[in-house]
Write a protein that binds this ligand. Structure first.
Ligand code: AMP
Length: 226
């Protein structure tokens, strides 16, 4: 059975890293709306130009646009029928309801909330740097905006456009406001599992794997493939 998993959590909770690992263990595509938007913006397409202002300032992209982009990705030949791990979607109650309206009652088997306290993610986001070439993330040891070129691809490493102090505060406020009703609703459907996301990344992965295994015995590969 191909698992369908939703992962939620504050920006900086480690969703990107944890979702990539978990998708690998589950053998399902990792579908991140933020990554889809950043790729669209980098392509310079008309849609990308329209998305740029939202993503740069940390504002939410309108639901109809998000749903179109997501439906396009889930309909891709490479993704269709293989289950999925949704990262960054749904972000609001309306998006959650739309997901189940469009895909039906089995749109998700489990919703995992990676729970990391706000002061911890604020510190992590302020130090997060991104390679503009390959998208790898790294941590700035001090407050330096720019780091040496990426060790993987040689690309320029700097802050994500939406990791400025203003955009960070706006995105975290938005998360707290929008996610609460969504989490309550997912819980009422019996789908929500909250996982402690603070501490060692490997320990967090183990907790996430344990949470999925408790819900969906047998879907997680016994050993890591990556
Ligand atoms: P992320 O990488 O998940 O932090 O997303 C980066 C940015 O993409 C967000 O700050 C929003 O501008 C936009 N975005 C990503 N996912 C969604 C979504 N589900 N709904 C609205 N906007 C989104």
């Amino acid at each position: 059975m191909a698992a369908k998993v939703i992962v939620l959590g504050r920006q900086g909770a480690g969703k990107g890293t944890q979702c990539a690992r978990l998708a690998d263990r589950l053998g399902v595509p990792h579908v991140s709306t933020g990554d889809l938007f950043r790729a669209e913006i980098a392509s310079g397409s008309t849609l990308g130009q329209a998305l740029d202002g939202y993503v740069r300032t940390g504002a939410l992209v309108p639901d109809n646009v998000v749903l179109d982009v997501l439906a396009g990705r889930l309909g891709d030949r490479a993704v269709r029928g293989r289950g999925y791990l949704l990262d960054g979607f749904p972000r609001t109650l309306a998006q959650g309801q739309a997901l189940f309206e469009v895909l039906g009652a089995d749109a998700a088997d489990v919703a995992l909330e990676i729970d990391v306290p706000r002061p911890v993610v604020e510190r992590r986001l302020a130090a997060r740097r991104l390679c503009r070439g390959c998208g790898a993330t790294s941590v700035a040891p001090d407050d330096a905006d720019h780091l040496p070129p990426c060790g993987t691809c040689g690309g320029e490493v700097g802050r994500r456009d939406d990791d400025t102090p203003d955009a960070i505060a706006r995105r975290l406020d938005l998360y707290d406001e929008q996610a609460t009703p969504l989490l309550v609703w997912l819980d009422s459907l019996g789908l929500l599992v909250t996982v402690d996301g603070d501490g060692n990344p490997d320990a967090v992965t183990s907790r996430l794997v344990a949470a999925v295994t408790a819900r969906l015995p047998g879907v997680v590969a016994p050993t890591r493939t990556a």
